[in-house]
Design a protein around this ligand. Structure first.
Ligand SMILES: *Cc1c(COP(=O)(O)O)cnc(C)c1O
Length: 399
């Protein structure tokens, strides 16, 4: 058995697809300690720097003092504590939906929810770049899957048209997309997706993992920014990125949430998230809804503009981010080994930006996924862009 894994691991190494964990010996932030090296971090999704913010630390500590550490049981048994209820009330209010439900992760929210929406007589149409959690949820549902090329409305329309012609009228259609795509940083055409969903009587599920905390006043996400809260059937998101904590959520109608409580397996058959995390996430939402939170979000946008400006100045192209706005700036390298080499060279120069490779992105589309946060300093952004421009041509000529 161990030989079998050894061979498989060797095969991964030969393709430059082998992955290793890297231990961080400090709190998250714009600067981190990676065994023996102090690095400036351009790889985290902690866009607002909340993961180690005193407000969240204090909320978590106070909740530990009152509620202890473990939740003791699943939500439906005896694991629903006051912090969980408060979090769901705060989430629904912030997102402007009738109801909300939290899960132990965004991944659990997706794989638990999608199979409650559709089943084997139904069809799911999803964007080619959807996150693994949406793909896994779609597979678990047993529905027929149809994939459309990234943001390609024409192909989506023809899939929906096919499904409506071929299937019984009572079968369900579900469209899955992200609002800000995690590895490319570009946005989905939500208005057009809503138009199509209405025309074909489909449901629309939008993963806002990289939009909440970043887009719209008070960080309510792209669905809110486009005024589509009432048109999107299911809004999914995570508490683990800009909100700085851990966990996932679904926002939508009261009956949707009641249905999930009764049917979502990752909700029912898993212990409730620790109450202190729910309390910290509530503090994050309250912060975002405050003036200070909005200021932090605006600072993030100044850093995003600054990174974009510096990269353009250095002639480093970042396709998704230049077209649309998000904190994610991909630099497509292509070859897997070349992406690793560039990441290593940057690490030697004091910057943490791991290479993103297959299966997170397509083979041959390896990249550096640069993320900027509100807590980066202007000077760090400038130094990083200069280092990237300096190190990149060398690698290009060596290839
Ligand atoms: C990170 C991520 C998730 C999963 O969220 P977790 O809370 O980390 O489990 C889901 N969808 C997208 C697009 C993500 O980037």
């Amino acid at each position: 058995m161990s030989d079998l894994f050894h061979q498989q691991l060797q095969a991964l190494r030969a393709q430059a697809l082998h992955r290793k964990l890297r231990e961080i010996g400090s709190a998250q932030g714009a600067e981190v300690d990676v065994v023996g090296q102090h690095l400036i971090n351009f790889s985290s999704n902690d866009y607002l720097g909340l993961a180690n913010d005193p407000l969240l630390r204090e909320a978590a500590t106070a909740a530990i003092a009152e509620f202890g550490v473990g939740a003791g049981a699943s939500r439906l048994v005896s694991g629903t504590q006051s912090p969980h209820v408060r979090l769901e009330t705060a989430l629904a209010k912030w997102k402007g939906t009738p109801a909300a439900l939290c899960f132990s992760s965004g991944y659990a929210a997706a794989v638990g929810t999608i199979p409650t929406l559709v089943g084997k007589h139904d069809v799911i149409v999803l964007d080619k770049l959807c996150h693994a959690s949406l793909i896994d949820g779609a597979k678990l549902s047993g529905a027929t899957l149809r994939v459309f090329p990234h943001n390609h409305l024409g192909k989506l329309e023809s899939h929906l048209d096919w499904a409506r012609r071929e299937l019984p009228t009572d079968s369900r259609l579900l469209i899955l997309t992200e609002s800000v795509f995690s590895m490319d940083g570009d946005r989905a055409p939500l208005r057009e997706l809503v138009g199509l969903k209405k025309r074909f009587g489909a449901m629309l599920f939008v993963d806002e993992a990289h939009a909440v905390g970043v887009i719209c006043a008070n960080g309510r996400g792209l669905v809110a920014e486009e005024n589509l809260t009432r048109e999107v059937d299911v809004q999914m998101g995570t508490l683990s990125k800009a909100l700085g904590v851990s966990g996932g959520y679904i926002c939508g109608s009261r009956s949707l949430v009641e249905w999930l409580v009764n049917r979502a397996r990752s909700f029912i058959f898993s212990t409730a998230p620790p109450p202190a995390l729910a309390a910290a996430a509530t503090a994050a939402i309250e912060f975002l809804a405050s003036d200070a939170g909005e200021q932090r979000r605006l600072t993030l946008w100044r850093r995003i503009e600054s990174l974009r400006h510096r990269l353009t100045e250095q002639s480093v192209a970042t396709p998704g981010a230049t077209v649309n706005g998000s904190a994610i700036h991909p630099v497509i390298v292509g070859d897997e080994q070349a992406a690793i080499d560039l990441s290593r060279a940057l690490q030697a120069a004091g910057f943490l930006v791991p290479a993103i490779r297959y299966p997170t992105v397509a083979k041959g589309a390896a990249r550096l996924r640069i993320t900027v946060t509100a807590t980066h300093q202007e000077q760090q952004i400038r130094q990083f862009a200069e280092a990237l421009a300096r190190l990149r041509p060398e690698l290009a000529s060596a290839a």
